[in-house]
Design a protein around this ligand. Structure first.
Ligand SMILES: NC(=O)c1ccc[n+]([C@@H]2O[C@H](COP(=O)([O-])OP(=O)(O)OC[C@H]3O[C@@H](n4cnc5c(N)ncnc54)[C@H](O)[C@@H]3O)[C@@H](O)[C@H]2O)c1
Length: 354
C-alpha cells in the first residue's frame, strides 16, 4: 500500500501538540499533504516549521483532492460535523477531534454518514488508548473487581477555564463548557472500561458561574490563552453534577473547570464487590482489595507510551483492515448521548429517561 496522504484541518493547539507529531512519527506510512486553517498564517507556519505540505485556507481544497486519503479535523467543535460529513462523502477517512460534535443530533448525523459511506470515522477520545485505561478495562472485563456497581467520575479544578471569552466558552461554537471539553474524556473512558453499556437515564445540573466576569477572572495558567477574548462570550457550564444510570453500573459525576476549591481534584473510582480501582486521569492506578483477611493495595505504573500516536496507529489500522477502532463513532456516540441528557436534564430540572 502506498503512503497515506493526510490533510490537517485546523492548525491550532491540538493539531500541533498531538496530530502532526504523531503523523510525523510514521513516515513510512503517511505524509502530510495539506495544512489548512482559516487563519492562513497558522497553515503557513506549519509548512515552515515541519518542512512539508501545502498551506490552504479552505478545507474543501483538501477534501476535493483525489490524492488525499484521510483528514484530521482539529477545528473547534462547531465545524466537526460539517467537515467530517463532507469529507466522508468525498471518500476520505476521518479522525475528528473530541467531542464528536456540539450536540447529540449532530453526532448522529456524523454516524449516519459513516454508515452510508463505510469510511473510517474515529473520534479523538484518546484516553481509550491510554495503557492504564486498557488495563483497568481488562481487569473489569476479567471479573477481577467482582460486580462493578458504582463508578465515581471526579474532574474538578480550581481555575482552568480555557480560552476565556473565545470559542471554548461560546456555546454556539463549543456546544458547552467543562462537560463537553473535559467530561467527554472522562465519561468516554469509563464507558470503555465498562464495555460500553447503554445509558438508561440522567439527572443533572450544570452551572455557569465563575467565568461570567471575563475581565476580572483570575488564573495562573490558561489552555488556548491565545484565543482569550475579554470582549467575548461566556455562556457555558463551568461546573456540573450528574447521576447516570446505565445498563451496567450507576455513574456519579462531578466536574469543574473552575470551582472554589483549594486545588485540582481528579480521579475515577470503579467500585466492585471484590475490589476497587482509583484511576488517575492519564496516569497510574491503585487497586484495593482484601486478601486472606488483609487489606491489599496494589499500585500499577503506566508504561511509557504515547496515546496520541497509538490513536493514529489505530486509525491507520482501521483504514487498512476495515476493522472498527475502539474510538469508532458507534462507541463515541454513547458519550454524546449522555452529555446531551445531562444538559437537557439541567435545563428542564427533571430526570431524562432515554
Ligand atoms: N484530545 C484532546 O485531549 C484535546 C485537547 C485539546 C483540544 N481538543 C479538541 O481539539 C479541537 C481544537 O482545539 P484547539 O485547542 O486545538 O483549538 P485552537 O483554537 O488552538 O485550534 C483550532 C484551529 O482551527 C482553525 N479553524 C477554525 N475553523 C476552521 C475551518 N473552517 N477550517 C480550517 N481551520 C479552522 C482555527 O483558526 C484554529 O487555528 C477542539 O474540538 C477541542 O475540543 C482535544
Amino acid at each position: 500500500m502506498s503512503k497515506l496522504k493526510i490533510a490537517i484541518i485546523g492548525c491550532g493547539n491540538i493539531a500541533r501538540s498531538a496530530h502532526i507529531p504523531s503523523y510525523r512519527q510514521l513516515p513510512e506510512e503517511c505524509e502530510i499533504k495539506y495544512f489548512c486553517d482559516i487563519i492562513k498564517e497558522k497553515a503557513d507556519k506549519c509548512v515552515e516549521d515541519y518542512g512539508c505540505g501545502i498551506a490552504i485556507e479552505d478545507y474543501r481544497d483538501a477534501i476535493n483532492d483525489p490524492e488525499v486519503d484521510a483528514i484530521s479535523v482539529c477545528t473547534h467543535n462547531l465545524m466537526h460535523k460539517q467537515i467530517s460529513i463532507e469529507a466522508l462523502h468525498a471518500g476520505k477517512h476521518v479522525l475528528c477531534e473530541k467531542p464528536a460534535a456540539r450536540i447529540y443530533s449532530e453526532a448522529l448525523e456524523m454516524q449516519k454518514a459513516q454508515h452510508e459511506t463505510g469510511k473510517v470515522l474515529s473520534i479523538g477520545v484518546v484516553c481509550r488508548f491510554h495503557k492504564a485505561v486498557e488495563e483497568v478495562r481488562r481487569r473489569i472485563q476479567a471479573g477481577e473487581l467482582g460486580e462493578v456497581y458504582h463508578v465515581f467520575i471526579n474532574f474538578r479544578d480550581h481555575r482552568s477555564i480555557p480560552g476565556l471569552g473565545g470559542e471554548f466558552t461560546t456555546k454556539a461554537v463549543s456546544g458547552g463548557g467543562v462537560l463537553i471539553d473535559w467530561g467527554v474524556h472522562r465519561i468516554d473512558q469509563v464507558m470503555y472500561c465498562l464495555g460500553d453499556p447503554d445509558a438508561v437515564s440522567v439527572s443533572a445540573a450544570a452551572f455557569s458561574k465563575l467565568g461570567c466576569d471575563i475581565e476580572n477572572y483570575k488564573y495562573r495558567y490558561m489552555w488556548s490563552e491565545d484565543t482569550r477574548d475579554v470582549n467575548g462570550t461566556y455562556d457555558v457550564d463551568d461546573s456540573v453534577t450528574a447521576m447516570i444510570r446505565t445498563t451496567g453500573p450507576i455513574i456519579s459525576l462531578e466536574g469543574a473547570w473552575a470551582q472554589n476549591i483549594e486545588e485540582k481534584d481528579q480521579y475515577l473510582d470503579f467500585i466492585g464487590t471484590e475490589a476497587g480501582i482509583r484511576l488517575n486521569y492519564c496516569g497510574n492506578f491503585k487497586m484495593f482489595s482484601v486478601k486472606d483477611g488483609e487489606f491489599v493495595t496494589e499500585e500499577w505504573e503506566t508504561p511509557e507510551h504515547d496515546m496520541y500516536l497509538d490513536e493514529v496507529k489505530a486509525f491507520f489500522h482501521a483504514i487498512k483492515t476495515g476493522e472498527k477502532t475502539r474510538a469508532h463513532i458507534d462507541y463515541a456516540i454513547k458519550t454524546s448521548k449522555i452529555m446531551q441528557g445531562i444538559y437537557d436534564s439541567s435545563d428542564s430540572k427533571k430526570e431524562v429517561i432515554f
